[in-house]
Design a protein around this ligand. Structure first.
Ligand code: QUE
Length: 362
């Protein structure tokens, strides 16, 4: 194992380990990273001496902050890099996520820190996901003119009630208890147990075919109660406010909720937050979650890929990345600037098929 590589591969007997090692970039994944990650999984799936895989992030702050959208921005804007990157990047990211979802052996992520966007994609879609007190989970894409992708069409729709809509539209940040409540994480344990957990998994005497039972037993030994989920208390208000089929109606419901009652402050804050997001992204996101209510992962990724290619041909993604990640003025000038200007026909166009560029799974 070379310590200077961005994707570190290792072994602890029957346990294969992968560490995302770009801590200064919060372990955001580049195309090159996907091109090392995917073949490693492929080899481990076929290697009979590998019984389980564990994925973590290097450094103290992040599991993985997402995809390297800065590179996509620069390529899409013609600043640097391959002009095909917006097509290739999302394709390979989604193919990796599908491989993770269908991985034939236990796949375990330790989301011990910031886990957003693509970081959620490579964790939530796998079999086991371990949260800690340092977990900070979000799908913040509407802030950069994108929409919740990486399989979120499926995993947000599997949250209780209308919580998935709330998370995908607002990008609100969750801790461990909420990540468990939403079904994103499967276990909670304190950060200081993770090293011992990995040693314990490395020491397992595996039985072929019985890997899942062994993993369940070991994780069960290390797991603790995450405590009460703040989202559980908010859920009645969330379900009231996010039930309707248009973003405008959701804002009206939040206005009504903000007029009084136990969750008035939450409603006012949520409404104000939504008004800072890309109006186009909000309308795409709500439509995407409605269309994909019953989608399996492949259908979700195919829809999301289509959406990315339309989004990359419009303005808001570039403006969002500029405002949030490049210039950091946090003042995106969205076009269109208001929800009223984003007509149904404009939203329809983002969902139009893309012919021979579609992401198809064989
Ligand atoms: C919304 C997002 C992302 C974001 C910030 C947002 C996102 C993403 C990153 C990110 C963070 C650190 C990096 C990097 C990218 O930030 O998806 O390359 O070093 O990947 O407000 O959706």
């Amino acid at each position: 194992m070379r310590g200077d590589e961005e994707i570190l591969l290792g072994r602890e007997d029957g346990l294969a380990t992968l560490t995302i090692n770009r801590p200064k970039a919060l372990n955001a994944l580049t195309l090159d990273n996907y091109r090392r990650f995917a073949p490693a999984l492929c080899a481990w799936a076929q290697d009979p001496s590998v019984h389980a895989v564990i994925v973590r992030g290097a450094g103290e702050r992040a599991f993985c902050a997402g995809g390297d959208v800065r590179a996509v921005y620069e390529a899409g804007r013609g600043i640097s890099g391959d002009p095909d990157l917006p097509a290739v990047f999302f394709r390979e990211e989604y193919e990796l996520i599908r491989r993770i979802h269908r991985f034939p052996k236990p796949y375990i992520t330790i989301i011990d820190g910031i886990t957003m966007g693509g970081g959620a994609g490579i964790s939530v879609n796998g079999a086991y996901c371990i949260a800690t007190e340092r977990t900070l989970f979000a799908m913040p894409e509407t802030a950069i003119g994108l929409f919740p992708d990486v399989g979120a069409t499926r995993f947000l729709n599997r949250c209780p009630g209308h919580i998935g809509r709330y998370l995908g539209l607002t990008g609100v940040r969750l801790g461990a208890a909420d990540a468990l409540y939403c079904g994103f994480a499967t276990h909670f344990m304190p950060h200081d147990r993770v090293t011992k957990l990995i040693a314990a998994l490395g020491g397992v005497v595996w039985q072929r075919g019985g890997e899942g039972d062994r993993i369940d037993a070991v994780l069960g030994c290390f797991a603790k109660d995450a405590g009460a989920a703040p989202l559980a208390a908010l859920q009645p208000a969330i379900d009231r406010c996010f039930a309707s089929g248009s973003v405008e109606q959701i804002l009206d419901a939040l206005t009504a909720e903000a007029a009084g009652g136990a969750h008035a402050g939450w409603a006012a804050e949520t409404r104000a937050g939504l008004l800072t997001k890309s109006p186009t992204s909000l309308k795409i996101t709500l439509r995407q979650l409605m269309i994909g209510r019953d989608y399996e992962l492949e259908a979700a990724l195919t829809l999301e890929y289509r959406l990315t290619q339309h989004v990359m041909a419009a303005d808001d993604f570039y403006e969002g990345v500029r405002a949030m990640l490049i210039n950091k003025d946090q003042k995106p000038r969205w076009r269109p600037a208001t929800l009223a200007e984003v007509g149904d026909g404009m939203v329809d166009a983002y969902f139009a098929p893309i012919g021979d560029r579609e992401l198809r799974f064989t």
